[in-house]
Design a protein around this ligand. Structure first.
Ligand code: GLA
Length: 460
């Protein structure tokens, strides 16, 4: 068994500390690059569907690095899983304009944005709560509560940083936290969200369930989700559409068809009980089975990354440090990456410590999640104490996760035959950015309790 040693912090210092200069070669007409921030803005002039291949280069006092960046003109959004932050598991009903702006500030200051995190999303509770009228203006337009004095200004602020913004509503009369939903106001609300400048919508079933005969009936469930999906297509704004109905009616079979870019596959992760293993593992097992349904633009969503400071969802509580061990956190992030899940952190942006950032911001782990081929890892082996997931990558390599679900550190093996591989492979330790060596038929590593060995295998 190979000893991998202690995890090391590989995160590069945040933007600003070491000024970078960016250049882009082959930028299509209509786009421009800010050479100091690397932010590209504009609208591609040509309306022809197709790819525009750009080479992006970044340099600073330490050297330079470049990689391809592809712009795709077409109808499909979220060609790779969305990455960002959501307010729910730390702010609950306390969420405000100020909190959202500060989260955006932190996304930049912490360096998260440099790794691809870009959505800053308000969850429930930005509207008026039940009992606090008026709910809507005379024209029917939804009103924000007093914590959100000016959504447009807030979004302008977020966008000026090169980030995107999102919000939440329900097809029901009330949201899950009993705030005003979009029932019978779908078009006026969606148009308003576009006017405010939102880029992402989470549409949460909640009290719509009361209007249904059978909340597990796919045909009944599709009605509200298709309705909003159709409306979003008519708007002059790209809004990523996140279905949230807890995996009812096998949403993975029709979520894409009704216009969804990602759909929650399970109940709330924050309400999932820890049993022998922490709750994320059980949510992950359910999501992992659905690998056939994920593809660019259409992703299975096993809910947020709950690490760092998070609050108890049952109480809407204030944040406390996660109870997950370091190994469990590496396993969590690895599993979500292998499953091509949206990477949406929902802990406290104001209390990001080095370790949490180290888990969230490892570029080779994120590369697995964001791989353009867009395959979700297949389950190779699953027993009580072992899970092996394998994700084919666009470059022909294979990302493999060996999860030790047992209670003791032990040796786990990646077996070429089981993985459908033949011949010698170079094994790369993904978390540590290191080639370990060339192996002919199998690779064995020692893995900590509830932890992971995440490797990438490529032809020699
Ligand atoms: C549901 C969703 C959660 C969160 C809350 C908000 O429980 O599944 O993700 O949005 O509603 O009330």
């Amino acid at each position: 068994g190979v000893r991998l040693g202690r995890p090391v912090i590989y995160r590069i210092p945040a933007t600003g500390k070491r000024p970078m200069t960016f250049t882009a070669e082959g930028l299509p007409e209509g786009l421009k690059l800010d050479s100091k921030t690397g932010i590209i803005t504009g609208t591609i002039a040509s309306k022809e569907p197709g790819d525009h291949n750009v080479t992006l280069e970044a340099s600073n006092e330490h050297g330079k690095s470049s990689r391809p960046l592809k712009f795709v003109v077409g109808d499909t959004l979220a060609l790779t899983p969305p990455m960002g932050w959501n307010s729910w598991y730390i702010h609950y009903h306390r969420v405000s304009d100020k909190i959202m702006r500060e989260a955006a500030d932190q996304m930049i200051a912490s360096g998260m944005a440099d790794y691809g995190y870009s959505y800053v999303n308000i969850d429930d509770c930005w509207m008026q709560p039940q009992g606090q009228e008026p709910y809507r203006g005379a024209d029917g337009a939804i009103l924000c509560n007093k914590k959100f004095p000016d959504m447009k200004a807030m979004n302008d602020y977020i966008h000026a940083k090169g980030l995107k913004s999102g919000l939440y509503t329900s097809p029901g009369e009330w949201t899950c936290a009993r705030y005003v939903g979009s029932y019978k106001h779908e078009l006026i609300d969606a148009s308003q969200f576009a006017k405010w400048g939102f880029d992402f919508l989470k549409y949460d079933l909640c009290t719509y369930g009361r209007l249904m005969k059978n909340t597990n009936d796919p045909a009944e469930l599709q009605v509200p989700y298709k309705k909003m999906g159709d409306i979003l297509k008519t708007l002059d704004r790209d809004i990523v559409y996140n279905l949230c109905e807890y995996g009812k009616g096998s949403v993975w079979k029709w979520g894409c068809r009704v216009g969804g870019n990602c759909w929650r596959t399970t109940g709330d992760l924050g309400l999932e009980k820890d049993k022998r293993l922490p709750g994320f593992y059980y949510i992950g097992f359910r999501n992992a089975k659905l690998y056939e349904y994920a593809k660019p633009g259409c992703w299975n969503d096993p809910d947020y990354i709950l690490i760092g400071y998070v609050g108890d969802a049952r109480k809407g509580g204030l944040g406390k440090p996660t109870t997950l061990s370091g190994d469990e956190q590496y396993a969590y992030m690895s599993m979500w990456s292998l499953m091509a899940a949206p990477l949406i952190f929902s802990g406290d942006m104001a209390k990001l410590d080095e370790f949490t950032l180290n888990v969230l911001c490892n570029c080779e782990v994120i590369d697995i999640n964001q791989d353009p081929l867009g395959k979700q890892a297949k389950i190779i082996t699953q027993t009580d104490d072992l899970l092996v997931l394998a994700k084919p990558m666009q470059d022909g390599s294979l990302a493999v996760g060996l999860f030790n679900l047992g209670e003791k550190r032990r040796k786990l093996t990646a077996d070429w035959a089981e993985l459908g591989l033949t011949g010698p492979k170079i094994v790369r330790d993904v978390w540590r950015h290191r080639d370990i060596g060339t192996f002919d038929k199998e690779f064995t590593a020692e893995v900590n309790r509830h932890g992971i060995c995440l490797i990438r295998l490529r032809a020699k």
